[in-house]
Structures are given as C-alpha cells and as structure tokens.
Design a protein around this ligand. Structure first.
Ligand code: SAM
Length: 439
C-alpha cells in the first residue's frame, strides 16, 4: 500500500495510534501522557475514538504487570515476544478483560488485523492463537484476576511489589487496597474558578452555554463556589471561558497549601517551586492581586508556563525568576510556600508511568533535597513569618519526617499545623501540607 495512504489510515485508527504510543514509550523519556497528547494532536479521530485511544494507552500502562502475567502464562518463557508483539497482546487482552464495551471476538479480530497492518503478518497466527485461547477460558481468567487482587495485591493491582509492601506497612491492608484501586481509576478533571476574572455564578452560566457539564465540589478547605468537577467538556482551547481565564484546572487537594499559607493583601510572598503556577495563581487570587509574589523555579521551560498562566488568568502581582532562588534572593518575605519536588505518589492515578519509574532510593534522595530547600528558605522569612511546606507525596519520609528533621535543627520555628490528604479518606489526590511559623 502507498505509504501516504497507510499513514492516513493509521492516523484514523485509535488502536494503531495506541500501539504506536506504547512503542514510543519504551524508548522515550517523555511521560506517556505527553506522548499521547502529541499523537492525538495530529490524529484524525472522532471524540469517541479519541477516548478509546486514551483509555487503551493509559489502561495498558496501568495494568502492565497483570497483563504481562497473563501473557507469560501462554508464551514460552525462553522466547519472550518482541516488544511490538507484546504491546499488541497487551492491547488485545486489555480489551477482552478490562473493557466492557468491546465484544471480545471483535477485540481479537481487531488485534490480529492490526498485527497484519503493522507488518507482523507472519505473527498474526500466534497472536490469534494466544487471544483465542484466552477467550475459551475467559470465565476462569476473570476469577483468577479477581483472586489475585487479594492473594498477590501487587500483581493483581499492577503495582511494584516494594511500593505495595511499603504502603501496607504505612496504611494497613484495607487502605492499601483502596489506594491501589484509586490509582487504577481514571482521574477526574477539576477546575478552580478564577475570581480575578469572574465568579462562580457567571462561570457556570457560561459553561451551560458552552456545553460543559459540571458539579460543585466542596471540601472543608475549599468552602463553596471555588472548586468544580468537569464531568464532560468540549476541548478546552475551544472554550471562551477557558481562553478568557475564567478557570484553572487543578485538583482540589492543591488548594490546601495556599489556603493554609493564608496570604494577606500587600504582603511579600515567595513561591519557591512555582511551576506551572497552579498555586501561585491561586495565591494571587487570595490576595486579589494586591501584594508582591516572587514565583521561582529551577526549570526555565516550566517557568514559562507560570508566565503564560498569569497572563491568561489576569494575575498582575507575580514576578518570575529562574534561579536557585533560595540561594540568591536577598529580600525577606512575610510568607513562603515551598511546594517541593517529590515522588508524586499522591497523584499516581494522573501519571500512569509513575509506578514503573519510581525507585525506593529516589524517595531518600528527594528527602535530602526537600530538607535542604526548607533549610535554605528559613533565613528568607521575616520574624513572625510563615512557611508552608507541601508535597503531593503519600510517603511520611518526604512529609512529616522532613518537617520533624527541620524543626529539630531550627528551634526558632514551630509547627502550627500539618495535614495529610489521602485519596481513600478525602476523595482527592494525595497531598501533605505543614504550616511552620518563625518565632
Ligand atoms: N507549585 C507548583 C504548582 O502548584 O503548579 C508545582 C511545583 S512542583 C511540585 C515542584 C517544582 O519544583 C517543579 O516545577 C520543579 O521544576 C521545581 N524544582 C525542583 N527543584 C527545585 C529547586 N532546587 N529550586 C526551585 N525549584 C525547584
């Protein structure tokens, strides 16, 4: 077939695009979500097929360990299928055992056809045999998959063994199970109304005109009329309410740190790890653009996003700087937010690769960095000032233990409050926030 026509057909086939993204992820350091966004940006797919492609990629990455266990049951351990074939088997099995809306025979047929289209005609028989074998014993496999969730939770819920063991020690069996289930559930989309540009009543009126379906979200730290769940919406960039800065997408958990920072109009504020600016722009909203916010980040590419978000949201009180800010900045601040780089284990359902990238040693390395950042922030604070330390980690090593170590070395600080948000308790992403005051 003409190469151009083949490319055109591939651009219109959600399974083909999913297989391509899954192959790319094996050689790229980019996050899968970014690879998927890039692939979907140029794809010619209907909204339904776009959703299917998204579901296939994210589902296969999330359930990779369980899928690979199924593949290993039917293949010769000495002859591991080559990566592209393995991805096709994963896609086929995921459609058979995880998706309700695709008839299993159609899933097998589509996967075999896809193998042929991808240049694996001679292996199409092998793929057909493996998947048809699974169709014949589908009921038994469903039972095995269900049992595995209790007998071997790491495999049954497709997470690394060491992390599941760590969480079992920290949270106990039942809460760990709830966390594993949460991590395998597609994340919801949340928005924060930007009161620098609009208010909740005007925003929802606009959303109704734009076919955005929403729900109000209330937590003890958000109050009412601040956070919303977007249940369905046309592409964001097509929405005037988005382009005009009426809202910012962020999980309600991310609102807690700025709320506990409790910034006041006219103050000097430092957001030491600010990019992409979700908390910076909310702090600007809390002070109604009255004050001076220094928003710093080490990563210039991400810092650009802070500037872009400030422009879209009408934030005028922020100055960005790409420095190791805590080492070079001389002025003193009334309040400092240190939203530290962390393992991100509280947002695992949003970052499908994360569970396969994270290493136990990384948590220790991060702990050292976090403590160092806090140590550097301390002298930048005015007497009586407040530092809020936050992460989106669930690991006590990066949270309460960092705060404890900091306080032990800084008797001029006291802990006013600390709070760990947990997905299985609070129904939002995981987050840790501690508020420290300089005496
Ligand atoms: N506060 C941001 C928000 O709400 O949108 C999220 C910040 S993210 C958790 C952590 C940020 O810290 C990353 O953007 C990373 O580039 C930055 N970072 C890492 N090491 C840093 C350092 N030594 N100094 C400043 N920023 C750093």
């Amino acid at each position: 077939m003409n190469l151009f026509i083949l490319k055109l057909l591939n651009d219109q086939n959600p399974r083909q695009i999913a297989a391509r993204v899954l192959s790319q992820r094996q050689t790229s350091s980019e996050f899968t979500e970014n690879l998927l966004d890039i692939a979907l940006a140029t794809a010619r797919l209907s909204p339904v097929d776009r959703g299917l492609c998204h579901e296939l990629v994210c589902g296969v990455v999330r359930w990779q360990a369980t899928l690979d266990r199924l593949i290993a049951r039917k293949t010769d351990p000495a002859r591991e299928p080559r990566p592209a074939l393995k991805n096709l088997l994963r896609l086929g099995l995921y459609q058979i055992f995880w998706l309700d809306r695709i008839p299993p025979h159609a899933a097998v047929h589509e996967t075999v056809e896809q193998a042929k289209r991808s240049g694996y005609s001679s292996q199409a028989g092998f793929i057909n045999a493996v998947l048809r074998g699974y169709l014949r014993e589908a009921d038994e496999i469903r039972k095995i998959l269900a049992d595995m969730k209790t007998s071997q939770p790491a495999l049954g819920w497709s997470h690394p063994e060491w992390l599941v063991e760590k969480w079992r020690r920290q949270f106990g069996d039942e809460k760990t199970r709830q966390l594993l289930e949460w991590n395998n559930t597609p994340p919801k989309t949340y928005a924060r109304v930007n009161t620098l540009k609009t208010d909740a009543a005007r925003l929802v009126e606009r959303w109704r005109e734009e076919n955005v379906e929403y729900d109000f979200v209330t937590r003890d730290w958000t109050g009412e009329n601040l956070a919303f769940e977007l249940k369905s919406h046309p592409p964001l960039t097509s929405l005037g309410s988005f382009r005009d800065g009426g809202f910012y997408l962020q999980d309600p958990s991310t609102l807690l740190a700025p709320v506990l920072l409790a910034p006041l109009a006219g103050e000097d504020l430092l957001d030491a790890c600010a990019a992409p600016g979700g908390k910076t722009t909310f702090i600007a909203q809390l002070v109604n653009n009255e004050g001076r916010i220094s928003a710093c980040d080490l990563d210039p590419r991400r810092l650009k996003l802070v500037n872009e978000n400030c422009v879209r949201l009408g934030v005028t009180c922020v100055a960005t700087a790409q420095t190791p800010p805590l080492q070079t900045e001389n002025s003193k601040f009334d309040r400092i937010l240190l939203d530290a780089p962390c393992s991100n284990t509280g947002v695992m359902r949003r970052r499908v690769d994360l569970r396969w990238r994270i290493q136990a040693a990384e948590i220790e390395r991060l702990r050292v960095t976090q403590l160092e950042l806090l140590r550097q922030a301390a002298p930048k604070l005015k007497a009586g000032g407040v530092i809020v330390y936050s992460t989106c980690s669930l690991e006590s090593e990066e949270n309460s233990e960092v705060v404890k170590a900091f306080l032990a070395a800084h008797p001029d600080f006291e802990l006013e409050t600390e709070r760990q948000l947990l997905p299985f308790v609070d129904g939002v992403d995981g987050a840790f926030v501690a508020r420290l005051q300089r005496k």
